[in-house]
Design a protein around this ligand. Sequence first.
Ligand code: AMP
Length: 284
Amino acid sequence: MSQPKIIKSVEDMREASRQCVKAGQSSGFVPTMGALHTGHKSLIERARKENDVVVVSIYVNPTQFGQGEDFEKYPRTLESDTKLCAEAGADIIFAPETLYSEESRTFVEVGELGEPLCGMSRPGHFRGVATVVAKLLNIIRPNRAYFGRKDAQQLLIVETMVRDLNLGCAIVPCEIVRDPDGLAMSSRNRYLSPAERKQALAIPKALEYCKKKVAAGERDAMKLLGDMAEILDQQAGLEIDYIALVNAHTLDDLKRLRGDVLAAIAAKVGTTRLIDNARFEKLS
Ligand code: AMP
């Protein structure tokens, strides 16, 4: 197991990418905010299989946090992250101090896809995400970039941005990794007390219920949303932010489930906001 090289400056990262292109090597990129877990690891391992060089970025991006959100307290654990990156076979960790200056003026406008779901309770969040992803893709110029389906709206927005701005990089979606109890892995799970962690299990439980009903032929969105809301409401300590059944490509609400569908939930457990989702393909 070799140690990944840690690069902290944009110029050094650019140079490493240039060397990689010069040597005719393909590159895979995994953007993260650190506090890495097995979900992140699965993305890095996938990138390892498909590319000559694997770059992981670790950067808590200030522009995607709103006022009163957890930017300051977001876990920063570079030492253990480096270990996980080494285990997963990353070659380079790009961990810049900052990617913005006082003079930064330009942002990526993501349009309607940034408005519903998480965009409602986190205005400006996806503008920050798209901006930092565009910056990272421009610095690293990877052949492929790996994103988790856990952040389904983010994935869709990034795919759309890469297409619209001709960023010339393949976006590779990766499946959600869960703990054995069903909770989707997240860096924010470490904020949860043992009691809150149990409460949070209502989220995957509601999604599992939805999957079971859809498999049995249920297509009525109101009915499914009502039942999922009941499962979540029954759980003390959990506060629903949204439950949605939407077209997976447009994020438009559905009355009846048809085609590619995203079932998405965001909820607060204590002060921790968690998201999770399930996808259905080609429903008829
Ligand atoms: P983050 O560090 O939370 O910004 O996440 C970095 C990348 O890892 C994003 O593409 C996430 O969607 C992905 N990711 C986070 N948690 C999971 C998970 N449980 N399963 C799969 N991918 C994940």
